[in-house]
Design a binder for this molecule. Structure first.
Ligand code: GDP
Ligand code: MG
Length: 162
């Protein structure tokens, strides 16, 4: 049984884009606007010769009142079966209330978490990543899932906790 890595975070931070980047092909559905109903989807992946199962999360109705609870609840199911978690945050936006709902859920789980500061497309944006130390899960890894920037260092860090 390969180790399982869950990718969690609020809608639109780039989770599915990151999945495609790690897989090296466009398999996960990327949406420009959140709100598409999609359950958890698992993909076989490899990094440095190590096989693991990547679980993309999503799956919510567009419901402003319930969105925090829905995102956290959806992520929780994936986290419960995971050996490690990639917590994806949009570094250009910073920490939102929905991110905090996901963080509260993660704290109770005791699973290793790697913070992915996504959408750091240029070196000038790397300062945006530093604010994500505030999530309390250690060093944020600046990444551009879209362009591939920083993903190797982030995956190396993930392997260390797996
Ligand atoms: P998800 O809802 O978290 O799965 O997010 P998606 O992967 O569907 O991406 C949401 C939007 O963010 C899409 O328009 C992506 O093209 C965009 N996006 C994802 N990663 C990056 C990134 O590294 N940089 C930029 N600029 N945009 C990104
Ligand atoms: Mg997605």
């Amino acid at each position: 049984q390969d180790p399982v890595v869950a990718i969690v975070g609020r809608p639109n931070v780039g989770k599915s884009t990151l999945v495609n980047r790690i897989l090296g092909r466009r398999e996960a559905v990327v949406e420009d606007t959140p709100g598409v109903t999609r359950d958890r989807v698992s993909y076989p992946a490899t990094w440095n010769g190590v096989n693991f199962t990547l679980v993309d999360t999503g799956g919510w109705e567009h419901d402003a009142r319930g969105i925090h609870a829905r995102v956290a609840g959806q992520a929780e199911v994936a986290v419960d079966v995971a050996d490690a978690v990639l917590l994806v945050v949009d570094a250009t936006v910073g920490i939102t209330a929905t991110d905090e709902a996901v963080v509260r859920m993660l704290r109770g789980k005791g699973k290793p978490v790697v913070v992915v500061a996504n959408k750091v497309d240029d070196i000038q944006n790397e300062a945006d990543a530093a604010q994500l130390w505030g999530l309390g899960f250690g060093e944020p890894y600046p990444v551009s899932a879209l362009h591939g920037r920083g993903t190797a260092d982030m995956l190396d860090a993930m392997m260390e906790v797996l």
